[in-house]
Design a protein around this ligand. Structure first.
Ligand code: FAD
Ligand code: SF4
Length: 329
């Protein structure tokens, strides 16, 4: 592990100023991604700015929004009664991620900014990784890529976005609140992440030194039903092969409003607006649910190792929709 300096920030403006002044700094929240990557030699910041003492925890509610401080832990958000009652698929996504120990350390800001689980990205002895070393190539395209993406990929990177939480938050149009040296801004999660294109090392719209301060989750209409389904190689402590987060407002079996996102298949948490269009206004029978799943995977670009994911993702979505609709699965 490279030597590094450690500084504990005492307020958010100071943290932002310190980080912005030096491109070799990183923030430290729960440390469950950041420290792993430093120990593996993938990241080597000259300075870590510990943000854990900043007043960025806590969850507040209005009638229409849950506001989650960036330092709220995954376990704290999963235990929130409004999340449990109104958007249970957020809770499900949280509790299907990592382990209890990790969820008690891991923060919501850190979760949204977790880095790729690509084995080549995480192994600095592999020379070809455009995300770690821009312009070096992509070892995964011709290598082992079973855990990689089929949507939003480019010739330069096919790494997945691995967050479970980001899937329901994308479906709900959550908003990320950001503080920088020039003030505050708010960015919808659907515009926060950037597709890899030919710059896979630039993963989101944050500028160096900008701090996530909070995430706002808009609440869907009362009575909206939701579910998050995660398909994985083993039943716990494993990332998704495919996942789906669905929220539906139903009236007499007809879909009034639909929110659909997929995980495990996209280079970003994947919002499925075409699937939503198929569902909205339709009677939620099996034919419509399958048509929605077909629409969701329309743009998939599988490689040999990821070909199985296309049908698996369709079935994952159909099964999630059936659960929400209340059909026997
Ligand atoms: P840190 O590690 O402290 O930070 C992560 C990154 O975000 C760093 O770059 C840091 O500089 C930056 N950062 C943190 N907070 C802020 C902020 N407020 N503003 C700006 N930048 C910030 N996740 C899942 O979704 N599903 C899983 O199944 C899953 N399984 C896992 C299994 C293991 C073994 C491990 C180690 C992790 C797993 N994770 C999983 C990922 C885990 O959820 C993340 O590591 C965690 O949420 C990151 O949060 P943190 O607070 O520890 O972030
Ligand atoms: Fe690197 Fe992306 Fe290729 Fe993985 S998929 S080796 S992260 S460029």
């Amino acid at each position: 592990m490279h030597p590094f300096e450690y500084a504990r920030a005492t307020d958010a403006d100071q943290a932002v100023a310190l980080a912005t002044a030096d491109p070799r700094t990183s923030f430290l929240a729960g440390g469950t991604t950041q420290l792993d990557l430093m120990k593996d030699g993938v990241l080597s910041p000259a300075r870590l700015i510990d943000i854990t003492r900043l007043p960025l925890g806590g969850i507040t509610h209005t009638a229409t929004v849950v506001r989650v401080g960036a330092l709220t832990t995954m376990e704290e958000l999963a235990a929130d009664p409004v999340v449990r009652g109104r958007v249970p698929f957020v809770r499900e996504a949280l509790l299907l991620g990592a382990s209890t120990q990790l969820r008690n350390m891991a923060t919501i800001g850190g979760n949204l900014l977790q880095r790729a689980r690509c084995r080549y990205f995480r192994d600095p002895t592999v020379p070809a990784c455009n995300k770690r070393s821009p312009g070096s190539g992509c070892a995964a395209v011709t290598g082992v890529h079973r855990m990689h993406a089929v949507l939003g990929t480019s010739d330069h990177c096919i790494a997945l976005h691995a967050s479970d939480l980001a899937v329901p938050l994308t479906a709900l149009d959550a908003v990320v609140h950001i503080r920088g040296v020039h003030g505050n801004r708010a960015v919808p999660l659907t515009r926060f992440y950037l597709p890899p294109g030919d710059t896979p090392h630039i993963e989101n719209v944050l500028l160096h030194g900008e701090l996530i301060t909070a995430v706002e989750i808009p609440l869907p209409a009362e009575g909206t039903r939701s579910h998050y389904l995660k398909v994985r190689d083993r039943v716990s402590y494993e990332f998704a092969l495919t996942s789906a987060g669905v929220a539906l407002e139903l009236e007499d079996g007809v879909v009034q409003e639909a929110r659909v996102a997929l995980g495990g298949v996209g280079t970003l948490p994947w919002r499925c607006r075409d699937a939503e269009d198929v569902l909205r206004g339709a009677r939620a029978d099996d034919e419509v649910l399958r048509a929605a799943a077909e629409a969701a995977l329309e743009g998939a670009r599988p490689l040999p190792g990821t070909a199985f994911k296309v049908e698996l993702a369709k079935r994952t979505l159909v099964r999630t929709l059936r659960t929400v609709v209340g059909a026997p699965s």
